[in-house]
Design a protein around this ligand. Structure first.
Ligand SMILES: Cc1cc2nc3c(=O)[nH]c(=O)nc-3n(C[C@H](O)[C@H](O)[C@H](O)COP(=O)(O)OP(=O)(O)OC[C@H]3O[C@@H](n4cnc5c(N)ncnc54)[C@H](O)[C@@H]3O)c2cc1C
Length: 369
C-alpha cells in the first residue's frame, strides 16, 4: 500500500490551465498539471462516469507516469488489472500457432488491461481529490488566445487561463482552430468488432473456457490472422474479464459511436466458415448483444502542428495523433503528452506558457511532410 497522498505537497505556482475533454489524455493532463502545481479547470461534454466501452491497454510508458500519481495511490487502485501475460500466441486461420512473442521483458514493468470506464472513474476521483475543477456535461464550443491569455467559450461563458490543452479526441473540433487547416478524418475501409465479456460466464462454458483456464496464474493474449482480419482475445483481472476485437474490412458508412450496439450475427457470418471460427466464436458468443459494437477506424494526415499560432493552445491525445487499436498505445501516448506538457509548463512558468507548449510539441512531435 502506498503512503497516503498529502495534498499540502502541491504548491500552487500561478499557472492556470484549461483542459478540453476528459478522456484518458484529458484526465491525465489534468492530474499531471495539478500535481505540478498548476491550477486546472477541465470541461467534458458527456457524462464520462457512465460505463461505456470495453478494455483499454496501458503499457509501461503510461504506467510509469500513473505510478507517480498520488504517491502510488492511483496505481494501487488499478492493481487488479495489472496485465500478467508473458507471451502472445499468434495463430493462423487454421488455429495453428505461427509465432509466440515473448513479453517477459515488456512485462517487467507494469502493464494494465482495464475496462475504460473503471480507469476513467479512478482517474476522475483522483483528479477531484487533488483539486482539479472538473465540469461534466459542458461542451466547449470555441477557443481563443491573445498575446497574454487563452481560453474557451463554454455555455456562452468566456473562461480565461494562461493556456488551453485540447484533448477532445479523434474528431477534435479544436484541431482546425489550432492548425488553421481543415484536416478531417476519413474512413480507412476497416472497422473493429469489439466487446468486453464477463469471464465467469466464459469459465462456466467448457467449449469457451480455454481462454480463461490459466488466467489466475497468467493472463492470456491470443492473436489470429485470418483472411485479412486480425482478431485478438485477452483476459484481465484474473480472468474476470475477457476482451476481444476483430479488425476487418468494412467500408460501409458506420455509426461512429461507442454506445450504439451492432448486430452480433455479422461476426458469426464473418467467422463461421473459418477453420478456427468455432474456437473464436465459442468465446465471442458470450458477448451480451447490447454490448457489441462495430467501431469504424479512421485515417488522417499527420498534423502540420499541434500548437496554435499564438502558442497558447495545444492538441494532445487522439486529437493530435490517433492510433490504431492494434497498436495498444492510444492511452499511453496520451498520458505521455500529459506528462511532457505539465513539466514544460512547470519549468517555463506562467509568463512563458507559449514557450512551454512549443517545447512540449518539439519533444513529442516533428512534422515531416
Ligand atoms: C466514449 C468512448 C469510449 C471509448 N472506449 C474505448 C474502449 O473501450 N477501448 C479503447 O481501446 N478505446 C476506447 N476509446 C478510445 C480511447 O479512449 C482513445 O483512443 C485513447 O484513450 C486516447 O484518448 P483521448 O483522451 O485522446 O480521446 P477520447 O478518449 O476520445 O476522449 C476525448 C474526450 O473529449 C470529449 N470532448 C470532445 N469534444 C468536446 C468538447 N467540445 N467539449 C468538451 N469535451 C469534449 C469527448 O466527449 C471525450 O470524452 C473510447 C473513446 C470514447 C470517447
Amino acid at each position: 500500500m502506498s503512503p497516503k497522498f498529502d495534498m499540502a505537497t502541491i504548491r500552487d505556482n500561478g499557472v492556470h490551465v484549461i483542459v478540453v475533454g476528459l478522456g484518458i489524455a484529458g484526465l491525465a493532463t489534468a492530474i499531471e498539471c495539478r500535481e505540478k502545481g498548476h491550477s486546472v479547470t477541465a470541461y467534458e461534454k458527456t457524462d464520462i462516469l457512465r460505463p461505456v466501452g470495453d478494455c483499454i491497454g496501458i503499457a509501461s510508458n503510461g504506467s510509469r507516469i500513473i505510478g507517480r500519481w498520488g504517491n502510488g495511490a492511483v496505481s494501487d487502485k488499478l492493481s487488479p488489472w495489472r496485465f500478467t501475460a508473458k507471451k502472445i500466441n499468434i495463430s493462423n486461420g487454421q488455429g495453428r500457432r505461427i509465432l509466440q512473442q515473448d513479453l517477459t521483458e515488456v512485462c517487467k514493468e507494469t502493464n494494465y488491461l482495464i475496462p475504460r470506464a473503471q480507469l476513467l472513474r479512478t482517474m476522475y476521483n483522483h483528479a477531484q481529490q487533488i483539486g482539479v475543477k472538473l465540469y461534466l456535461g459542458r461542451d466547449v464550443t470555441d477557443t481563443w488566445e491573445t498575446d497574454t491569455q487563452a481560453g474557451v467559450i463554454v455555455d456562452n461563458e468566456r473562461v480565461t487561463a494562461d493556456c488551453v490543452i485540447c484533448c477532445d479526441g479523434v474528431h477534435s473540433k479544436r484541431r482546425r482552430a489550432v492548425t488553421g487547416e481543415n484536416l478531417a478524418t476519413r474512413p480507412s475501409g476497416y472497422a473493429a468488432f469489439r466487446a468486453l465479456i464477463d469471464g465467469e460466464k466464459v469459465a462456466a462454458d467448457p467449449r469457451a473456457n480455454w481462454i480463461v483456464e490459466t488466467s489466475e496464474a497468467e493472463d492470456r493474449f491470443d492473436v489470429f490472422f485470418v483472411n485479412g482480419a486480425q482478431i485478438a482475445l485477452q483476459t484481465s483481472n484474473r480472468g474476470k474479464e475477457v476482451t476481444w476485437f476483430c479488425i476487418h474490412k468494412d467500408s460501409r458508412p458506420l455509426l461512429d459511436s461507442w454506445t450504439s450496439p451492432s448486430n452480433p450475427q455479422e461476426v458469426i457470418d464473418l467467422m463461421k466458415d473459418w477453420p478456427v471460427g468455432d474456437r473464436l466464436l465459442s468465446v465471442i458468443r458470450h458477448t451480451p448483444a447490447n454490448k457489441f459494437i462495430n467501431y469504424p477506424l479512421f485515417e488522417r494526415e499527420p498534423l502540420p502542428t499541434w500548437v496554435s499560432h499564438g502558442g497558447r493552445i495545444i492538441l494532445a491525445g487522439d486529437a493530435a495523433h490517433p492510433l490504431s487499436p492494434a497498436a495498444g498505445q492510444g492511452a499511453s501516448q496520451g498520458i505521455e503528452d500529459a506528462a511532457v506538457i505539465a513539466v514544460c509548463l512547470q519549468l517555463a512558468g506562467k509568463n512563458q506558457a507559449p514557450l512551454a507548449l512549443r517545447v512540449a510539441e518539439k519533444i513529442r512531435y516533428t512534422f515531416r511532410s
